[in-house]
Design a protein around this ligand. Structure first.
Ligand SMILES: C[S@@+](CC[C@H](N)C(=O)[O-])C[C@H]1O[C@@H](n2cnc3c(N)ncnc32)[C@H](O)[C@@H]1O
Length: 217
């Protein structure tokens, strides 16, 4: 997400959430993300027995590569072909290409289609206008019995006033997602976790909305 110097038209504001905008962002040479695994993933997945995992909105593959290195067999999913190509390249370079595969899919239309995973995870995927509630339900359908769903996003806060109103509306609290979940899931973590980031050399306190649920039936 990035700031804008002039107010966006409604059409421009809606376009930032769509595949062409992300294809454009991933079209250059420079990487957008650090390549390090996200801290809430490390905190929660480190205690799980490795099995199969799905990372939706995987971007350049930092979390996929970390999970694969921990012994998971991982599918990285994203709606950006350029993002997935970068992720696949990074996975090969990291020596985990044989533990990873890739799925181009829009999370808003995600359908498990009979596939199930021991861990379904997504970090900083922010579909517009509260869309993450429905996405949470769709992703939950892909969780195997005894498996986990971990959803992490930005909690709305004054730390994001440099972003567009649409971006801020797309952020969510962990508890906002609960109504989207089907039966048969036990909530293990529903909270906003503090985290400090450095933006343009300035330290900023933010919160990660963190939802961890387990399929019990
Ligand atoms: C903010 S980046 C986060 C990338 C990665 N999860 C991380 O934490 O570094 C969001 C990613 O989600 C993808 N994305 C955004 N909306 C999506 C959607 N509706 N379906 C699938 N992927 C989406 C983008 O292409 C991008 O790679």
């Amino acid at each position: 997400m990035s700031g804008h110097e002039h107010p966006l038209t409604d059409e421009e504001a809606a376009a930032v959430f769509e595949p062409p905008a992300w294809e454009e962002r991933y079209s250059g040479e420079e990487t957008l993300w650090s390549g390090d695994p996200n801290p809430q993933l490390v905190a929660e997945a480190s205690g799980l027995t490795p099995g199969t995992a799905l990372d939706v909105g995987c971007g350049e593959g930092g979390d996929v590569i970390w999970l694969a290195g921990q012994g998971w067999t991982v599918t990285g999913a994203d709606f950006s072909a350029n993002g997935l190509a970068r992720a696949a390249r990074h996975a090969e370079q990291a020596g985990v290409g044989d533990r990873t595969d890739w799925w181009q899919v829009d999370a808003r239309a995600f359908a498990a289609g009979g596939r199930s995973y021991d861990l379904v995870t997504t970090h900083y995927l922010h579909p517009p206008d509260g869309g993450m509630v429905e996405v949470a339900g769709r992703l939950a359908e892909a969780v195997a019995l005894g498996g986990h769903l971990l959803i992490v996003g930005h909690a709305p806060s004054d730390a994001f006033t440099h972003l567009t109103a649409g971006h801020r509306r797309a952020m969510f609290l962990a508890e906002d997602l609960l109504p989207g979940l089907p039966d048969g899931l036990e909530a293990l973590v529903v909270e906003q976790r503090p985290r400090t980031v450095t933006r343009d050399g300035v330290t900023v306190d933010i919160h990660d909305s963190t939802l961890l649920v387990r399929r019990t039936k």
